[in-house]
Each structure stands twice: as C-alpha cells, then as structure tokens.
Design a protein around this ligand. Structure first.
Ligand code: 5AD
Ligand code: SF4
Length: 476
C-alpha cells in the first residue's frame, strides 16, 4: 500500500449482510426457545490486553444480538469462547489447559459450541496443535476477521467438524459493530490497529498486522454516540497511539485528534494507551497540557533501563533520551502520573544492565509499572539471540525489581493523604461490604464507603489512608 492511501472501511452493505445473519441465528434460537423453554447461554473468557477486552465487548454485542444470554458458569454454557493472547507464553498455556478440560464437557454435551479467536490463532504452530490435539473445538477465527464471526458461527451451527478461518493480513477497517460495554459510563474506542515497530521480543506486529488508523470523523462520531449513551470517560486504544494518522490522507496527528475529542460536549475524561516514547511529540505534550479532559496520566513503556538492552530490543531510544522525555513531560504537566512497562531477563541482560533498570525506576519515580519476565516468542528476533538469561536469574531480578518498585508506588499513594480528589466511581469493591472503588484523574485506585447509586458518577473523595496499590478515602 502507498503511504498516503486511505484505509478501506467495511461497506454498509457488508454490515447489513452481517446484521441479517445475526437475525437468522436469533430466529433459530427463538424457535429453540419455544420448543425447549430454555434460553441459550454463552461464556466468554478474555486473555491479554485492553484491545482484546474491547474486541470481546464487540463479540458479546454480536452474541447477545444472536439471542444468547450470559451463563453463570462456563461448564453450563451452550457456547464457550476464548479470546486469546500470545504476548507471553503463560497466556498460551492457560488456553491449552482450559481447552483440555473442555474435552469432557463437550463429550457430555455435543451441542456445545467451542470457539477460539484472537492473537494466538494467528500463529500456524498453534493451529497445528489444535488440529492435532483439540479436535473438540468447533470454530477458529483470527484478529483480522472478527466482524465475520456471525457468518462463521452460523456455518458452524449448520455443519459439524472444525471450521478455521484465519486471514494473514487485514482487509477492511472494522466499523459499526454492535458492542456491549462492561461499564455504562466508560468505554474503549479503537483509534488504530496494528503496529509497525517490531520490538525484537514482541509478537504483536506478526499477529495484529501493520498500523492503520480510523478516520477522525468516525472516531469523534463514535465518541459522541457513546456520550449520548451515558459515557463519561473514554480510553483511546492503539498499540502505538503516537503514530496515529500517518496513513490518513490528511495526516491528522494524534495531538490534533485529542483537540477534536476534547470538544465533545458531555465527555468528561479522555485516556489513551499505549504511547511509544520514540514518537511522543512536543505537540502531544502541549495537547495533553491544554486539553482539560485529558487525564493527568501517561502510560509510557520503557521496557528496560540499559541503552544496550534498549538497542537490542529495537526500541529506538536511549536511557538518557527516555529520562529527558519523562522530565519534559513532568515539567510541562505538573502532577502527571507516569506509568510504565518493564521486561526483566531480556537476552543479554547482565547484572549491570539490570542495575540500569533499577536506577531509572528510582530516577523517574513511576506511579506504577506492569512488570514482566521476558518470555521467548518464536518467530521474533529475540527468540534466537545468544545469551538467553536463565530463569532463576531472571526470577531473582524480578523479585528485586518489585522490592524497589513497590515502595516508590507507595510513596505516591502516601502523598495523596489529606488531599481531596475527583473519583469516577466504577464498581462495588470486592474487598469489603459497602465499599466502592473508582479511579482518580491520575488513575489511582480509590476505595471509599458509599452507596451503589454513586456508580458512574464523579465524586470528591478525601484520602485518609495509603496502601501500595490503592488508597482509602471518605466522600466529602
Ligand atoms: N516477554 C515479556 N513481556 C513482553 N511484552 C511484550 N512482549 C513480551 C515478551 N515476549 C510486554 C511489553 C509490552 C507489554 C504489553 O507486554 O512490556 O509493553
Ligand atoms: Fe509490541 Fe513494540 Fe509494537 Fe508495543 S510497540 S506492540 S511492544 S512491537
């Protein structure tokens, strides 16, 4: 594709065709309901990132339109779907483990439909394993043809045997799929798909394809519709939001997109992830500073503190460049919470390299970090690099990393004591009765006593106690 060529969208006719199939499945299910008096049920399990979680919301939207209701327990469902992740090996192990356990469930109930989709399915090796060892799976599709799900599902109902439909690359950009949000008051919005960065450890570019951006008009329209439907906070999703717009005809930048979204009336909070440090422009920092709806939180994965390791990872910045960028952001937007991702045990990581990671944690004082043990992904350049770090060494470094990180996180929580902050109330906390949980602008998890009616509202909470991963407050 030439650089400026706009992306093709799914046509309105295609969406109508899919909607017709959804109705057809629904009619079948309604008939069954009349015959048996039993509503068909579904159970969907999502692995991995927010992108997958959002894809699952679209799948749930389609499944419910097809006449399925949620099952309380997986083994009681008529339809079981795993939306899979392959970023790290343990996510794959979990899927195979669960699939193995389903063999008996399927043996007892031949009408059960078992469906697999998501990143793991884009890998030839995985497909071969499923074909050989997990013959009880009914339908497999991938990351590029999610919207075809109703059509594939109908085919699966009408035939027996395993149906596999995996596309090697994307065709049209997905628009206008029905989706059912987990929360009424907050929503994710895809602004782009895919990634062009090829960090050497990462499988994502191989399973999610090249970068392609949705048009600003479609994004803003979707957000306006969401706000009409009660949404106060949106999370803009992309593997690398800072390179948004590069394939668009008018080359709208991510900063320009933020200004447009900031104008949507009724919207209160804008979040986004993920940002790659190499593409984070001054224009974006200025947009974050001046758009009052953009939250004071930036997730900026560093991955490692050693320039040698960053180079081997193909991250395209040095330790010093990251530090300067972080300082620039902290100076421009006082009070901003920086969070990050860190990988421990990348091939070639020496004790000295690891010390660089610890140093940068102390230097930047991140509000929080997702920490990962390096996981070999076959097909990526890092998988065949020399000097793979032995597991015990990586594990030991991982524990030391948390030993440095957790007190830093706690310091940020403690700094909130006595302050009153605005919290979007999300749910009843699982920790204790009568306690609500919500998020501050800086993305702190806040617990406080309150009634369920407050869910979905932004309330003021005075912080009285600090824990490492949350703070406790009182509604004022
Ligand atoms: N091993 C460990 N962590 C990984 N990530 C991506 N690939 C791997 C891998 N092979 C982490 C990165 C990324 C996050 C989403 O997952 O830190 O930012
Ligand atoms: Fe993976 Fe790097 Fe792309 Fe993130 S930027 S999805 S880590 S290749």
């Amino acid at each position: 594709m030439s650089k400026r060529e706009p992306e093709l969208k799914i046509t309105a006719e295609e969406i109508q065709r899919i909607q017709k199939i959804i109705k057809e499945v629904r009619a079948k299910n309604d008939k069954e309901f009349v015959r048996t008096g039993k509503q068909k049920t579904y159970y969907i399990t999502t692995f991995g990132c927010q992108m997958n979680a959002h894809d699952s919301e679209k799948l749930i939207g389609m499944v419910e339109q097809m006449g399925y209701t949620p099952a309380d327990k997986e083994k009681e469902a008529d339809f079981i779907l795993y939306n899979t992740c392959c970023v790290r090996e343990n996510a794959e192990h979990k899927v195979f483990g669960k699939l193995g356990a389903l063999k008996h469930v399927k043996a007892r109930n031949n009408d059960l439909k078992i469906v697999l989709c998501g990143c793991m399915m884009q890998q030839e090796k995985v497909l071969n394993t499923i074909k050989q060892k997990y013959r009880h799976v009914d339908l497999i599709f991938g990351t590029f043809n999610l919207y075809k799900f109703p059509e594939l599902f109908l085919a699966s109902i009408e035939t027996s045997g395993m149906i596999i439909d995996i596309w090697k690359e994307h065709k049209e950009i997905m628009e206008d799929l029905p989706s059912i949000r987990k929360y009424k008051f907050k929503a994710c919005v895809n602004i782009m798909y895919g990634c062009n960065n090829f960090c050497t450890y990462c499988i994502v570019p191989f399973v999610r394809g090249r970068e392609r951006s949705r048009s600003p008009e479609d994004i803003v329209q979707e957000i306006k519709d969401l706000v009409q439907d009660g949404v106060k906070e949106i999370m803009l999703l992309g593997q690398n939001v800072n390179s948004y717009g590069k394939n668009l005809e008018d080359q709208t930048s991510f900063a320009e997109l933020l200004y447009k979204i900031n104008e949507v009336e009724g919207l209160e909070r804008i979040r986004f992830m993920t940002s790659h440090p190499k593409d984070l422009s001054d224009e974006l920092i200025e947009a974050m500073r001046s758009c009052e709806k953009v939250c004071k939180h930036l997730h900026l994965p560093i991955q490692a503190g050693s320039t040698k390791i960053l180079t081997a990872m193909n991250r395209k910045y040095t330790k010093e460049e990251y530090t300067l960028l972080a300082r620039k952001i902290q100076d421009a937007i006082p009070g901003i919470a920086l969070t990050t991702d860190i990988i421990v045990g990348f091939p070639g990581e020496t004790e000295e390299d690891f010390q660089d990671t610890l140093d940068i944690l102390k230097e930047i004082q991140f509000h929080s970090a997702y920490t990962f043990l390096y996981s070999i992904r076959s097909g990526t350049p890092a998988a065949t690099m020399d000097d793979q770090v032995i597991e015990e060494v990586a594990q030991e470094r991982f524990s030391r990393l948390l030993g440095v990180l957790n007190p830093i996180i706690l310091t940020h929580s403690e700094a909130l004591i006595g302050k009153t902050i605005e919290v979007l109330v999300e749910e009843v906390s699982k920790q204790a009765e009568g306690i609500l949980a919500g998020r501050s602008d800086q993305n702190h998890l806040v617990h406080f006593a309150g009634k369920e009616e407050l869910i979905g509202q932004i309330v003021s909470v005075k912080i009285i106690e600090a824990k490492t991963f949350y703070v406790v407050g009182e509604k004022v």
